[in-house]
Design a protein around this ligand. Structure first.
Ligand SMILES: [Zn+2]
Length: 378
């Protein structure tokens, strides 16, 4: 991955490159950033730059043997570690059976969330972790001579999923580093790491992307239409992993269409439409349901912002604006808080694995009562 492919974080990238050029590479580094901020993207760009044969000040060359191998996710001196579950019939719990899936995920891009990874592994309710066996395997790999005679890089995604016994094994590796080896940890929850690990790494804070930066990335890197990109970046608050999930999950029926049909059935208390809606909602799957509820919250929020004439705060596509011009009449100061609460509760129910149909029917009835609530005059 080239630095040019990382969304935002130009100054941080320059700092990382400078550390390589000046030969001040810490052998254990911790990239800390929330989902979708790009910590994994930066770690990958850093790894490629370390092993590039002809790096410039601005980036890896993109043409040497090492860069080509990185682009295909086949670099022999780049090792990966990530949370997984023990495959059935597997004697040792190592990541080996999942490395292919990981490679596919990384070829699609580094803006990966835990839910995306769970989906890919088909491990919906299984507990993912990094095992002691895996730590021993990493130890063995890092002890080998570098294939290309340069740096060996090991990237560990989500070290916070390690249990203490595993973390202690890695700690030993960090205390006795093998020559020309760099360990890059990429975490979303530095607070959940052992303090002894935190104290032995160089910490690199990767801030969240501003929605404008994320939107620009969506347009330039993924070819998303500018209006859609602005809306996705705003709803996801700059979290690119979430924005990309939303872009993917919304392909069958546009969210706006689903939302407006749903609001009509709630207003009318149309039982049949609600049941159909609940089935359609359930078919979205947990991730799609959360995305849709996020979107609903966004529209409800935007309809009240419009009331106060704060037009510059309204971030909507033209179709959404046309819809809200009519819909916002039903949203007022007496029901907006309760509507938001209802949507947020539904969101946490879905996240907690409550049946989607039940959540949807219950929510629809609440929304019906709230939409029918007249605004008090004062
Ligand atoms: Zn290169």
């Amino acid at each position: 991955m080239l630095y040019a492919e990382v969304v935002g974080h130009e100054a941080l990238g320059a700092k990382l490159r400078e550390s390589v050029r000046s030969g001040r590479v810490a052998h254990a580094q911790l990239f800390e950033g929330q989902e979708g901020a790009g910590a994994l993207a930066l770690a990958r760009a850093h790894a490629q730059y370390l092993t590039c044969e002809q790096p410039t000040e601005a980036d890896s060359c993109g043409r040497c043997t090492s860069c080509k191998a990185h682009a295909k996710m086949q670099h022999p001196d780049l090792h990966w570690c990530f949370p997984f579950f023990k495959a059935d019939g597997q004697e040792k719990a190592t990541s080996e059976p999942h490395q292919g899936t990981w490679r596919e995920a990384m070829l699609e891009g580094p803006y990966l969330g835990v839910e995306d990874w769970l989906d890919r592994l088909g491990a919906d309710r299984k507990q993912l972790f990094i095992s002691v066996d895996e730590a021993l395997e990493v130890n063995r790999k890092l002890g080998l001579k570098a294939f290309h005679g340069g740096w060996k890089v090991w990237i560990c995604w989500l070290p916070e999923t390690m249990r203490v016994d595993t973390a202690n094994k890695f700690l030993k590796l960090m205390e006795e580093p093998t020559d020309r080896t760099v360990m890059l940890f990429v975490t979303q929850h530095p607070d959940r790491l052992l303090a002894t690990i935190r104290s032995r790494v160089q910490r690199i804070h990767v801030p969240n992307l501003r929605p404008e930066e994320a939107a620009q990335g969506l347009v330039q890197r993924w070819g998303v239409d500018a209006d859609m990109a602005a809306s996705l970046a705003h709803v996801s608050d700059g979290n690119l992993a979430q924005a990309l999930r939303m872009a993917k999950a919304g392909q069958d029926q546009p969210d706006l269409e689903r939302f407006s049909a749903w609001m009509r059935s709630c207003w009318a208390r149309d039982g049949r439409a609600m049941v159909e809606g609940s089935e359609s909602f359930a078919s979205l799957g947990r991730e799609g349901q959360k995305r849709f509820l996020h979107y609903a919250l966004h529209l409800v929020r935007q309809s009240i912002v419009g009331h106060y004439g704060a037009k510059e705060l309204v971030r909507l596509t033209p179709a959404e604006s046309a819809f809200l011009a009519k819909f916002s009449k039903f949203i007022h100061h007496d029901n907006v808080m309760a509507l938001r609460e209802a949507l947020e509760e539904a969101h946490s129910d879905v996240a907690g694995n409550v049946n989607g149909k039940l959540v949807f029917v219950d929510l629809s009835l609440r929304v019906h009562r709230l939409l029918r609530l007249p605004a008090s005059v004062d």
